[in-house]
Design a protein around this ligand. Sequence first.
Ligand code: F6P
Ligand code: MG
Length: 458
Amino acid sequence: WTPPVSLSSASDKTSFAYESTVKRWPTILTGIIDELARINGSLLAPEDDDKVKESKELISKLAELIYEMRHDRELPLLPATGLPDDITEYNAELESARSAGTPLRWFNASWLYAECYMYRRVRGLFASTSHWATFDCFASQKIEAFRSSSKGIHTLATAVAELVKKGKTDDEAVLHADWQAMLEVCLWGNATDLSLLTSLTHEQIQELQSVERGSKFVLKDDFLKSWEHIKSLKDARIDIVLDNSGFELFSDLVLADWLLTLSPYASEVVFHPKLMPWFVSDVQPHDFTLTLSSLLDPTFFPSTNGATEEEKVALKEMVQRWQRYVDEGKFRLSTPLDLQMGDKGGELADSWTTAYPYSDLPEKAPALLAELQKSSLVIFKGDLNYRKLTSDANWSPTTPFETALGPLRGLFPLLSLRTCKADVCVGLAEGRAEELDQEDPKWRINGKYAVVSFVPRE
Ligand code: F6P
Ligand code: MG
């Protein structure tokens, strides 16, 4: 299946795809170089010599990558780097374009392909070293951003503690209001995407995260449809295809906690992480475990964070409960918790870091699809997942979301929670996009707006 419209690509100079390729990606790659250089400065012991040598080689390969991008070079085939063995898909795309006479370059490739390729290329560089093979080049950024979210974290923990104090209810009106509130938290938590930090400050991002944004900026609002679905469930399995680590993952865990602790709807939540550093801030298994242990570490947040004793207790009790759910297997990752990059055992998760849109899941990842079909609701978080759900194509904004899903439509109940950070946007009412073009020309990409899209199983 291919969408009947063209794909987003940096060949359109007015697109965010173009801006990303020209500005954001070189900045992200330069950030990795800076990180390596910083670490090198602390590796002074003679036994570190080899490690520093490898790091310097990595720096020069990353600089070459930036050069290639700036000069719109052809994308070379990815070399084999051991597990995950996903290069076949990436390379097949390059080879087929080459044999059709239009080899893929940074600016003529689809934006989705080129961006995934970039992160996979970086992963390959690290994977072929011996000292940096499992190094997460974005780890320090993720932790730093998480640490600066203390205020939102303590506020949310206190709100959850209040709910827990009231206990479980079977009052539908209360459950409906709570479901809506939880989804809003989880939705706006998606504003915390570190790959956007190249264009926004931490403060601007935290402002976007603010729960008070509620549903006013939601351009397609399927909250009610999702409620009709969730309230029909009992002790079900819910899956969350994770996006970013830090505050967003925290908000996902809050939703999962509400489902298990305070609602009758679910008894198991399965989280799907990525197995390589991905779009800067995406969750890997080690981020998941580190999130829980950091939240339980009283020294993790800066001592100046201003949290009250009551807030600290609320957070501790909540995270202890999460840890219990993990121990009991009620919260689980779709991969082993201690999986390291390149280990065996993550084959299902490898499909999340390929470049194909999810309309290809039935054909390219039947095992993963079968897994998702065991779920009573699969929640896709964030912008990149939305781009993959809609094939990152130049749909007219009034195209129904169901149409943009292609063959994925109706295979399992699906809810997408996405703040708008890329060109593609579907499911809007007639005339709405034109209004927004007038009111706020950057509405598609500035993270202020969101789309909530639900499609049932057919
Ligand atoms: O590089 C752009 C992009 O893909 C945007 O679509 C978005 O800003 C970001 O990267 C990823 O966002 P998210 O973390 O919400 O998937
Ligand atoms: Mg992300």
